[in-house]
Design a protein around this ligand. Sequence first.
Ligand code: FAD
Length: 443
Amino acid sequence: MFQDSPRRAHSIAAQGGINAAKNYQNDGDSVFRLFYDTVKGGDYRAREANVHRLAEVSNAIIDQCVAQGVPFAREYGGLLSNRSFGGTQVQRTFYAAGQTGQQLLLGAYSALERQVALGNVTMYSRHEMLDIVKIDDKARGIIARDLVSGQLERHFGHAVLLCTGGYGNVFYLSTNAMGSNVTAAWKAHKKGAYFGNPCFTQIHPTCIPVSGDHQSKLTLMSESLRNDGRIWVPKQKNENRKAVDIPEAERDYYLERRYPAFGNLVPRDVASRAAKERCEEGFGVGTTRMAVCLDFKDAIIRYGRIEAGKQGLEKADELAIIKMGKAVIEEKYGNLFEMYEKITGENPYEMPMRIYPAVHYTMGGLWVDYELQTTVKGLYCLGEANFSDHGANRLGASALMQGLADGYFVIPYTLGNYLADDIRTASISTTHPAFEETEKGSS
Ligand SMILES: Cc1cc2nc3c(=O)[nH]c(=O)nc-3n(C[C@H](O)[C@H](O)[C@H](O)COP(=O)(O)OP(=O)(O)OC[C@H]3O[C@@H](n4cnc5c(N)ncnc54)[C@H](O)[C@@H]3O)c2cc1C
């Protein structure tokens, strides 16, 4: 990896959560339902066998992460908590406040460090992979650059696994880290690994809108906010009043109006297209008019009333209810609200957030078979870097599920199938001409 620690991988940015078919909420979830939702969310383009495998191992991922010490959010009684994500009608998303990716990464990192200490793994941080070395049509190693000394290095492996993330940065502005730059997958492609669905890009509906030409990236506001936030635009075109000054009767909650069964939790592509359409029709808000409102006012009052009820405060006045409601919202989404306020200078507890769709997740990538092997023998690809066998996935909380399924529960079994045929192949020296030649091409 090129960061100074694996903890800095782009996965740290994942906020909302990770899906699993545990059915903890007893709301009718099952392995089949997660499979079905994912195939449907993938516009029926997914490879169904892979999706079924994904749904099957989803529950084991949660158990694995809990065993690693990942602090998933819990209910008052101690059970793991869930929230909803778009495109589903059950609550199956496990989360750790608004920093699920970071906590999953820390869990994986702690387990990795243990293996490093045992001498089973050698870590090469601040190294960039420059090319794949092929010998007799099989991937047998890589050429890397030590980013501190600038030296080129040769590394042999019986197989090579790429876990190098997505390519959101082929778009000028995206919510991806600038490191998601596709260099590794591109080099693999040049060595014969085919791409699958390279144009499938997920557009996320709730990002902070572009504010000027000084930006190099965009910031995501987690989809979890659509659990409680209501999306609306003014009913009148080219509205100039502040969002809080627009009365209820003059607001168009267009997702709830158009899609009553899913409301604000429609799949990401539906929510993104609808926001773009409303803005292009002239209903957008803010100075650029390329934004819609995400409003927590009703949720604050709803939660406030519940709190007042819990505390037996039947005569609580509106101010007290709002205060209690804000505390609940802060507990659920506090870090996201803080991030929004830092970036926009507006307080989302008082004023609806302004949001707009942005490039978020690349569903295309290196094509892999059921065993996660690319079209180059011995070259495997995991996580966002592969073509996401769940297809044109329009759902959230599936990327972390797929990445962890690939790493924890698929590759440990499938790689053995390949290595079994190579059991008598001794290590190949990095003085082999193939290494020399590939290195020359990289310098
Ligand atoms: C803002 C944001 C929020 C998200 N929230 C969620 C969410 O709530 N739930 C969800 O399921 N998904 C979410 N996603 C998607 C999810 O985070 C990613 O798909 C996933 O984390 C990708 O993990 P990965 O391990 O495949 O890649 P990464 O985490 O990107 O890791 C790639 C690694 O490869 C290394 N690398 C890359 N190229 C090279 C090279 N040439 N040489 C050496 N090393 C290299 C990098 O250093 C890095 O360590 C979110 C994405 C974004 C942008």
